[in-house]
Design a protein around this ligand. Sequence first.
Ligand SMILES: Cc1cc2nc3c(=O)[nH]c(=O)nc-3n(C[C@H](O)[C@H](O)[C@H](O)COP(=O)(O)OP(=O)(O)OC[C@H]3O[C@@H](n4cnc5c(N)ncnc54)[C@H](O)[C@@H]3O)c2cc1C
Length: 191
Amino acid sequence: MSENPLQLLFQSFGKVSECVQTHLSRFIVPSSSSPSLTKNQNPLVSLHSQPAADSHLLQPEVIKNGKSSSPTTKEELGRATWTFLHTLAAQYPDKPTRQQKKDVKELMAILSRMYPCKECADHFKEVLRANPVQVGSHDEFSQWLCYVHNVVNRSLGKLVFPCERVDARWGKLECEQRACDLQGISNGFGQ
Ligand SMILES: Cc1cc2nc3c(=O)[nH]c(=O)nc-3n(C[C@H](O)[C@H](O)[C@H](O)COP(=O)(O)OP(=O)(O)OC[C@H]3O[C@@H](n4cnc5c(N)ncnc54)[C@H](O)[C@@H]3O)c2cc1C
């Protein structure tokens, strides 16, 4: 008896799909060091596969069900951002140029618009409105930053930080052989 044409079509589609999967699987290597993956679960892309020709490229995170396996939390983002800002303040010069003052003001304004947590950005906008950024010197900026960080701390029910200890808590970026200096100049701000 002759076969149903639809059945033939499905069979062909099945073969093509199998073929594509086989070819794709050559490019997708299961991660040996990924404890959350069982034998039969192949990640879409492996982070830890053996070095390939393009191993100098940054490999993407392991993706499961189309989602990143480790989303960033609001707290992690906050800690990383405060670290960035307090380190920036630690390196801010005693006598900033006009451009440096302008840059810091703009950075804060941009942060209040583009910070990836909208609730935080909106709150920070209000904090900035009530406490305009002070950029006249290293001391001014680092004390201002400490103060506004404490405003955020208070709003979250956290302890406030003693701002007289801010220079002890936050130092300049440690960098061997002054490799982090801008244009080889000592304070990291091009001065
Ligand atoms: C601009 C901005 C706005 C934010 N707004 C919100 C918000 O509206 N809602 C929300 O849920 N989260 C917000 N966050 C995140 C929040 O501030 C914290 O980062 C997060 O809750 C993690 O807190 P943490 O206790 O680990 O310490 P963090 O507050 O992240 O502080 C990191 C470290 O900085 C030191 N530190 C603490 N206070 C000061 C200070 N005043 N001066 C100097 N150093 C200090 C401490 O050693 C502390 O361990 C915001 C973050 C930023 C950068």
